[in-house]
Design a protein around this ligand. Structure first.
Ligand code: PLP
Length: 405
């Protein structure tokens, strides 16, 4: 555990005092902080190697291309993809889902077809499919949850019909922390010949992902939620799907040859990386993942589990706090409400005590509504958080209660 606690020193932002004490950053589900190695590598590459990738014949371009492609290999290994060309760089989870939704629909979705989502999706995994449904006159069906926030996976058997074309669901809820049994969903889906997209925005940084073992068809995540830079993300897709997809965006790098009559598209992965990508950010994303690999990711996961259990235990001791969702398997995201105190007011007061939490609907309005509320206070942990910070949060929640009473 000492080794994990030392890692906190790698994150300069956490040494900062906003009002009176070092900031307590509990908004990790929105975005994670960056270690020195990630910050420094961005500076280093802009200072020494900045040059556009894939097209140059000079030293700088070669160097940048090599580092960019090296990240593809790092990610291939990190998620255990079969081929590195199954790793497509995007700007984040949102773009990855839009890419799949658009391309998949172009090829496979027609009028009256059905798309299955869950009620706990982030808007990023709802709206792109709604756009598809409107464009193609298709239908969206939704897997419900029970009151504890467990996904009712058995309902899938009632929802699937011969018109179901794809299932897209989050691995971990960004509001209530439920870890969905995605392996079971994938097995049921595949036994009906239906592909599955997994939104890994909240799981890639907290669990070991093995896309071959899961056998998912698509797995997407954002770089900024795994200690990397904003504007970077990944779409993993099985080769058979990505090869078959039409292109998503047209532009440089995604072509083999262009005439005014016709374009021959590039092969994977460049077919989906049109234009100048955030190559410097992608290099730094590789550095972020190397940081986790170097610092024993399994230990990090174990520590986060202990921290989460401690948070739950401490919060449950407070009789004015109501936890929203108590799923059987959960991650380090905990949402709650306070008796007669609006989540927004509580969040503002906590901020003044140097605690950063998120309040509101967390871009998951259908889920929030299903609990009959309009928002929560969300605490989302990362490995640089400490048990002392959780104690401090509970003290401050008591002060919030006193203030409003
Ligand atoms: N999916 C989930 C489950 C999320 O939590 C988020 C962001 O919070 C997203 C998708 C969207 O991620 P991004 O804004 O990085 O594209």
């Amino acid at each position: 555990m000492d080794e994990i606690l030392k890692l906190r020193n790698d994150f300069p932002i956490l040494k900062q005092t906003i009002y009176k004490r070092n900031i307590v950053y509990f908004d990790n589900a929105a975005t994670t902080q960056k270690p020195y190695s990630v910050i420094n590598v961005m500076k280093e590459y802009y200072e020494k190697y900045n040059s556009n990738i894939h097209r140059g014949v000079h030293f700088l371009s070669d160097k940048m291309t090599e580092a960019y492609e090296n990240t593809r290999i790092i990610i291939k290994k990190f998620i255990n993809a079969k081929h590195s060309h199954e790793v497509i760089f995007t700007s984040g989870t949102t773009e990855s889902i839009n890419l799949v939704a658009y391309c998949f629909a172009e090829k496979y979705i027609k009028e009256n077809d059905e798309i299955i989502l869950t009620i706990m999706e982030h808007h990023s995994n709802i709206v792109p499919w709604q756009l598809v449904a409107q464009r193609k006159n298709a239908k969206i069906k939704v897997i419900p949850i029970d009151y504890s926030g467990n996904l009712l996976i058995n309902e899938l058997n009632n929802l699937i019909t011969e018109k179901t074309k794809i299932i897209a669901l989050t691995h971990i809820s960004n509001v209530i922390g439920t870890i969905n049994d995605i392996k079971k969903v994938i097995e049921i889906a595949h036994s009906n010949n239906i592909p599955v997209l997994i939104d890994g925005a909240q799981s890639i940084q907290h669990t070991k992902i093995d896309v071959q073992e899961l056998d998912c068809d698509f797995f997407v995540f954002s770089g900024h939620k795994i200690y990397g830079p904003t504007g970077t993300g990944v779409l993993y897709g099985k080769e058979k799907w990505l090869d078959d997809f039409p292109p998503y965006k047209g532009g440089g790098d995604m072509i083999k040859s262009v005439t005014f009559e016709n374009t021959i598209f590039n092969s994977l992965p460049l077919k989906f990386e049109a234009g100048t990508t955030n190559f410097n950010g992608i290099v730094a994303l590789g550095t972020a993942i190397n940081y986790l690999n170097k610092n024993n990711f399994n230990n990090i996961i174990n520590y986060e589990e202990k921290l989460t259990n401690y948070l739950l235990m401490k919060i449950m001791e407070l009789d004015f706090v109501k936890i929203i969702g108590l799923p059987e398997k959960r991650s380090s995201i905990v949402s709650f409400t306070l008796n007669n105190i609006h989540h927004y007011d509580a969040g503002m007061l906590l901020d003044k005590m140097d605690i950063a939490v998120r309040t509101g609907h967390h871009c998951a309005q259908p889920l929030i509504k299903s609990f009959g509320i309009d928002g929560t206070i969300r605490v989302s942990l990362a490995f640089y958080n400490t048990f002392e910070e959780i104690d401090y949060l509970c003290e401050c929640l008591k002060k919030v209660k006193e203030y409003f009473n």
